[in-house]
Design a protein around this ligand. Structure first.
Ligand code: GRG
Length: 329
């Protein structure tokens, strides 16, 4: 389990994340109490708050001693990116017909697809209002980011059950569906903290690369982790036909490639997904996928080279490797 706040160890991060929490609850107040309840469902359920933590950490690279609470605009920027993330989870759970999320019933399971879609839209609307209050650059960036999330997701949907999905197609999809929001989180933190342009660009690139590591690790976990370790059924990606990096590598080059190809390419049950997971784990595919994640982690660390040395910059440099270390041996 990733705890970015603990890893970053910024003196004000916990307090600033608590301010984000308050702002999240305030932002979903609606005229209709039912809408407030549905929109608040996953906020109250928890979540790691990775994107707000990235925004706050990026902002605090401005302050070498990082001894001050974040300015109000930074807290609101961090709130807006979590709202976009939440909106995307509401819609994602409808697409996947997910039963649970963050350890509670998914919104679609509890109130149905129509309500889940509308509440997801409402979260995006509230994120957009906050972004507009932070200026046209942030508003434009948030809108473009939502567009990239949709693009990445559509690319994934269009290649579902495609055993010929290429590694390039996979990387292109995750760059948009996951990398874009982590890049935007860092960028919005940097913009609202009024960092120099060069630092804004570097932190954007940092967030993009860390997002790649995060998604590749998530995809490896689906193949190597147990249901208990994941807190949800492992092998879900295979059942949904989402063939991720370790799968693509195993199909391209492993002793079990032919057996794996025979299992994949169409809907499968949990037993066949388990057989596929065993084949993927049996050769070098997981190690190869980890190597790709390491390359992105290295790139993420390298873009911070020009930054003055500070504990927060050092901690940010270690985030990619830390994510990879969460993969069970
Ligand atoms: C309407 C914004 C919008 C998007 C529509 C559904 C969709 C298009 C995109 C889905 C994007 C998506 C769900 C990508 C996966 C991102 C991901 C790894 C989610 C899990 O993030 P964590 O682990 O979750 O940070 P918590 O619950 O800890 O916040």
């Amino acid at each position: 389990m990733i705890d970015l706040a603990a890893l970053l160890r910024l003196p004000y991060l916990d307090g600033d994340l608590a301010r984000v929490e308050t702002a999240l609850h305030a932002s979903i107040e609606a005229d209709d109490p039912f809408l407030t309840e549905v929109a608040g469902h996953l906020i109250s359920a928890g979540g790691k708050r990775l994107r707000p933590a990235l925004a706050l950490a990026a902002a605090s690279t401005a302050d070498e001693a990082h001894v001050a609470p974040a300015p109000p605009d930074v807290v609101m920027g961090a709130t807006a990116v979590e709202l976009v993330h939440l909106g995307s989870l509401y819609h994602d759970d409808v697409m996947d017909e997910a039963e649970s999320r963050r350890g509670v019933s998914s919104v679609n399971a509890r109130w149905g697809n129509l309500v889940a879609i509308l509440a997801g839209d409402f979260l995006l609307a509230r994120a957009s209002e906050i972004a507009a209050s932070l200026g046209t650059e942030v508003a434009g960036l948030l809108a473009a980011t939502i567009g990239r999330l949709c693009t990445g997701q559509v690319r994934e949907v269009r290649t579902a059950f495609d055993s010929n999905r290429t590694e390039a197609a996979y990387l292109e999809s995750i760059a948009d569906k996951t990398g874009a929001l982590m890049a935007a989180s860092c960028r919005i933190g940097a913009i609202t903290a009024r960092l120099p342009r060069g630092h804004i660009e570097a932190l954007t690139s940092y967030g993009q690369q860390v997002g790649m590591v995060f998604q590749i690790v998530d995809d490896i976990l689906d193949v190597v982790a147990t249901d208990e370790q994941l807190g949800k059924p492992a092998g879900n990606d295979l059942i949904e036909g989402v063939y991720t990096l370790p799968v693509i590598r195993a199909l391209a080059d492993s002793d079990g490639a032919a057996d794996l190809a025979a299992l994949l390419g169409g809907p499968i049950d949990r037993d066949d997904a388990e057989r596929a997971r065993t084949i993927i784990r049996s050769d070098g595919a997981v190690g190869a996928a980890k190597d790709v994640a390491r390359l992105y982690a290295k790139e993420a660390a390298a873009v911070l080279d020009g930054f003055p040395d500070s504990p927060v910059v050092a901690a940010l440099r270690g985030v990619g490797d830390h994510l990879i270390e969460t993969i069970p041996a």
